[in-house]
Design a binder for this molecule. Structure first.
Ligand code: FES
Ligand code: FES
Length: 149
């Protein structure tokens, strides 16, 4: 039975080792913050961190993430106080909200690597798709979180 480390906790999951991580996170472990959007590695709704790298969990098989540190939106901060979470609220970014956990994971990773990102760095890092078109507010929130507005 594979054992996964998610948000610092250990989970032994009785699933086929080819099962996509997204299914395990949502349906087996019950962490439903990570969303299913396209299922084909395009939209980014399923973005989580694997050993600190932002990855699309709809294409990762369980066997690929055994022994790695998996971080979901639920583990981004203990009390929703991460800079991007506060900035998202301040800028009132979400509309339907469906894409937003993936956006937050992607944005938090960008700011970890580039604490004061340029517009070009933001555009290049934020490839996730938002059907509601919240892109201008996402950009404003990233700048707010970076303290450059
Ligand atoms: S659901 Fe994984 S990239 Fe769209
Ligand atoms: S807020 Fe609705 S898809 Fe992005």
């Amino acid at each position: 039975m594979p054992t996964l480390t998610v948000n610092g906790k250990s989970y032994s999951v009785d699933v086929p080792e080819q099962m996509p991580l997204l299914w395990v996170l949502r349906d087996v472990i019950g962490l439903t913050g990570t969303k299913y959007g396209c299922g084909v590695e395009i939209c980014g709704a399923c973005t989580v961190w694997i050993d600190g790298s932002a990855e699309k969990s709809c294409h990762l098989e369980v066997k690929e993430v055994v022994g790695k540190q998996i971080t979901t939106i639920e583990g981004l901060s203990p009390n929703r106080s991460h800079a991007v979470q506060l900035a998202w609220i301040a800028e009132q970014v979400p509309q339907c909200g469906y894409c937003q956990s993936g956006m937050l994971m992607q944005a938090a990773k960008l700011l970890r690597e580039s604490p004061k990102p340029t517009d070009a760095q933001i555009d290049s890092a934020m490839e996730n798709i938002c059907a509601c078109g919240t892109y201008p507010r996402i950009k404003a929130a990233i700048k707010r979180a970076a303290g450059i507005v």
